[in-house]
Design a protein around this ligand. Structure first.
Ligand code: 4GT
Length: 246
């Protein structure tokens, strides 16, 4: 997959490809990350990328022309038809399903804004989708773009090894993750649940499913409402709630 990011802070964005899973994916050429800086496309001597808002008020607005030129350069290096996404709190909420959708694309363009945002006409002419990480404000879209890159790249074929497989992850089943433990068996009087030491893989799988269902019920009932639990899952959730009330 070829990912192009348009940003005024290219060094910030490139760090995503220098560490961990995304770093390895880039090294192994499973993903290519490219960054275009609108400042390199500004036409005046001062390389201006922002200007005062029409109508007055505080802050600055990113100018149409340099951002459009950077986006067009970014798109030019990708197969035609790849989605162009603007990260902003006004966008559709990013989730695992959207990450899976992007991961199926041969390429993706991510536009990170700064200041008060980008001239609205650029969004109308160049943006396919506006995407938000959630109901909070950042001072730039770079961290949001990096979060999207991380979520997408780890889904690409061959990026995760068998034992870190994304198929097992929380949210792949629409549920929160179950609790994890490692050595030692006891720490400050707290013991690892016996079932995890039993070697009984069916019981362990049932326990984990029960914890995922129970945790989702308690913390994110909205997630459970979206699922159609089968009889087995309903039984596990009932057991969890019974054990919880004991
Ligand atoms: C929040 C989010 C985001 C911002 C989010 C344009 C200038 C937007 C600053 C940018 N804040 N971007 N993507 N919740 N701020 O995803």
């Amino acid at each position: 997959m070829h990912i192009s990011v348009v940003s005024l802070f290219p060094e910030m964005v490139s760090t995503i490809g220098e560490h961990g899973v995304v770093g390895r994916a880039q090294q192994r050429e499973l993903m290519m990350l490219e960054i275009e800086n609108p400042r390199d496309y500004a036409s005046d001597a001062h390389r201006t990328v922002d200007d005062r808002p029409y109508g007055g008020g505080p802050g600055m607005v990113m100018k149409y022309e340099p951002v459009a030129a950077a986006l067009e350069a970014a798109k030019g290096n990708l197969p035609v038809g790849c989605p162009v996404v603007y990260l902003s709190p006004k966008g559709r909420a990013f989730d695992q399903a959207m990450a899976q959708g992007f991961a199926k694309m041969p390429g993706l363009v991510l536009l990170a804004g700064r200041y008060e945002g980008i001239d609205e006409r650029l969004l109308e002419s160049h943006i396919d989708e506006e995407v938000s990480l959630g109901d909070f404000v950042l001072s730039g879209g770079e961290i949001a773009a990096m979060a999207v890159i991380d979520a997408v790249v780890r889904l690409l074929p061959g990026v995760l090894g068998d034992d870190e497989s994304a198929a097992q992850d929380s949210f792949m089943e629409g549920l929160l993750d179950y609790p994890h433990y490692t050595r030692p068996e006891e720490i400050v009087g707290r013991k690892v649940p016996d079932v995890l030491l039993s070697g009984d893989h069916d019981r362990i799988a049932r326990w984990r499913q029960k914890q995922a269902l129970g945790c989702s019920y308690l913390r994110r009932p909205d997630l459970l409402e979206k699922l159609d639990l089968d009889d087995e899952q309903q039984t596990l959730l009932d057991e969890f709630l019974k054990e919880q009330s004991q």
